[in-house]
Design a binder for this molecule. Structure first.
Ligand code: FE2
Ligand code: FE2
Length: 181
């Protein structure tokens, strides 16, 4: 499997771990750590997946469309979801930040937004894995991957990379301690 595809799968695995932290029961969310973690997770989601993971996939979609016109419908949907996820991610990040700044407990609005965001992300990733990743592996050539590679802006993952970015150390430590980092 090409390294780009390996990284995309790895990103999905990491995203799923983080989504678990924002989708928890209202009782568990009474833990004060929840709000800080939610704010950290959404800073990550809007910073890394929205800025690097999705653009990387968009480049792969471009190439895939050239090789496999039948992918057109699903790719159209996935592209729209990238835009929607970006918008909803920013909105949820703002709500977590506001709650954190005001030292407010989670409310129905926050839970509803978090649930909707997690559902959209989860469905999106499943669609990509089933309808696109497997196909890309079969259809794209070495030249396609090389072309994607040259167009690609890369950045190390700020939470799961070798160098954990300063503002994400608390989140990384929590993931390590909980056995999922
Ligand atoms: Fe995506
Ligand atoms: Fe993805």
């Amino acid at each position: 499997m090409h390294q780009i595809l390996v990284q995309l799968h790895e990103d999905h695995r990491n995203i799923r771990r983080l989504l678990e932290l924002i989708l928890i029961s209202p009782e568990a969310a009474a833990d004060r750590r929840y709000m800080q973690q939610g704010a950290d997770v959404m800073r990550y989601m809007t910073g890394y997946p929205d800025q690097f993971h999705h653009p990387r996939e968009d480049l792969m979609f471009d190439r895939l469309l050239e090789r496999d016109a039948a992918s057109c419908d699903v790719i159209g949907r996935l592209r729209e979801e990238h835009i929607l996820l970006g918008q909803e991610g920013l909105a949820l990040r703002e709500v977590f930040d506001e709650h954190l700044a005001a030292d407010r407990m989670p409310d129905d609005e926050l839970h509803g937004l978090a649930r909707g965001y997690v559902q959209l992300q989860t469905g999106h990733m499943v669609r990509e894995e089933h309808a696109v990743f497997a196909n890309a592996r079969l259809v794209l050539t070495a030249e396609d991957w090389a072309a994607i590679d040259t167009l690609l802006a890369t950045r190390p993952d700020p939470v799961f990379g070798l160098q954990v970015q300063h503002g994400f150390r608390g989140l990384r430590e929590f993931l390590m301690k909980s056995g999922s980092g």
